[in-house]
Design a protein around this ligand. Structure first.
Ligand code: GLY
Length: 342
């Protein structure tokens, strides 16, 4: 599998010189450009597990389906993947041993739905979609979100797999919580954690359909061993995900607290509105975090991924190691290594 993937050192997607304010970004694209398929369907998502998720989304997009359906179907894949310990079923639990899920979804009309701290439901993204479509609200949390899911016919399930329970019990011996850089990253990480314990990451997905409309989805089990009740950026519209059909969309991965503090995904979209190309918008959002708290550059990982209305995409992270998957009519299994501050 891995040998079939393409690893590209660059994320910028146009040879054109684009100017935002006084900034010229033409230099960024020299030597490091890959040809985008503009103005046609595309789906992008965070991390290497995005490749399988994109493939499911592509089935919808290639048949001229709606981007909203594509992102929902796409993120179902990691949500149901037992081996993925940071999203859905098989996710690492909180410090009390409970798997609590955060997810949100947003469509081309600016409609959005979200669930946070939801337990026992395999596909939180689908509950988030029903919050959007069937309630006057945007967000349901905890017991209320579970009650709503049950009313909508979702089945209550045990999401704590033996592997995640074992990892949690091992963690309990010291019960020390500290986010560790890039342990969310399986592919590019220089070190492997004992027991294969990935602390933290998220699938964020953005898609444009054949009608030119964009939607996004974001879903995670959040930080491993978090305090019970902790909610990250992933279900927060504007933090973990934002879509503006006139401009583009953005999503994030990494330590959600810093993303929330800076309303990261909304910031990335607003920067694209001002003319920033996707990677430069992501970079500026990362720099905003670092400028406010220089230590974050040593201590944590945050990555942003963005897609603009034309189909140009880019990403940027604090730390090396962030990757994202791209799927369009030219290539269905592209894995791109994001540029980073460190
Ligand atoms: N970015 C996911 C989280 O902080 O939970």
């Amino acid at each position: 599998m891995i040998s079939r993937r393409k690893f590209l050192a660059a994320t910028s997607l146009t040879g054109a010189s684009i100017v935002a304010g006084n900034k010229s970004f033409s230099k960024v694209f020299e030597e490091k450009s890959i040809t985008p398929v503009l103005n046609s369907p595309i789906v992008i998502s965070t991390w290497d597990f995005g490749i399988a998720a994109n493939a499911a989304a592509w089935e919808v997009l290639k048949n001229k389906g709606r981007a909203l359906d594509a992102v929902e179907k796409g993120v179902h894949v990691p949500e149901a993947d037992e081996s993925n310990q940071s999203v859905g079923y098989g996710g690492l639990p909180d410090r009390d041993g409970r798997v609590t899920l955060d997810a949100c979804i947003m469509d081309e009309l600016g409609n959005c739905g979200s669930v946070a701290a939801l337990e026992h439901i395999l596909h939180p993204i689908s509950v988030a979609r029903l919050v959007m479509e069937k309630t006057p609200h945007v967000m349901l949390v905890g017991a209320g979100a579970l009650q709503f899911a049950m009313e909508q016919g979702f089945k209550k399930e045990n999401l704590l797999t033996p592997a995640s329970e074992k990892a949690w019990k091992a963690w309990l011996k010291n019960a020390r919580y500290q986010p560790e850089i890039n342990i969310e990253n399986r592919l590019f990480s220089p070190t492997k954690l004992p027991g294969n314990q990935y602390n933290h990451d998220t699938i964020g997905m953005l898609a444009i359909d054949a009608a030119g409309n964009m939607s996004g989805a974001c879903t995670t089990s959040g930080m491993a061993y978090k305090m019970h009740g902790r909610v990250g950026d992933s279900p927060i519209i504007g933090a973990g995900l934002y879509v503006d059909n006139e401009v583009g969309g953005a999503t994030s991965t990494g330590v959600g607290e810093e993303v929330i503090r800076n309303v990261g995904s909304f910031l990335v979209v607003e920067l694209m509105r001002q003319g920033y190309p996707p990677e430069e918008a992501c970079k500026e959002a990362v720099m905003r975090i670092i400028r406010k708290k220089p230590n974050t550059a040593k201590e944590i990982q945050v990555g942003f991924l963005a897609l603009n209305k034309k189909g140009e995409y880019g990403a940027y992270a604090i730390q090396q190691g962030f990757s994202y998957a791209v799927c369009n009519e030219k290539d269905q299994k592209l894995l791109v290594k994001a540029n980073s501050y460190s």
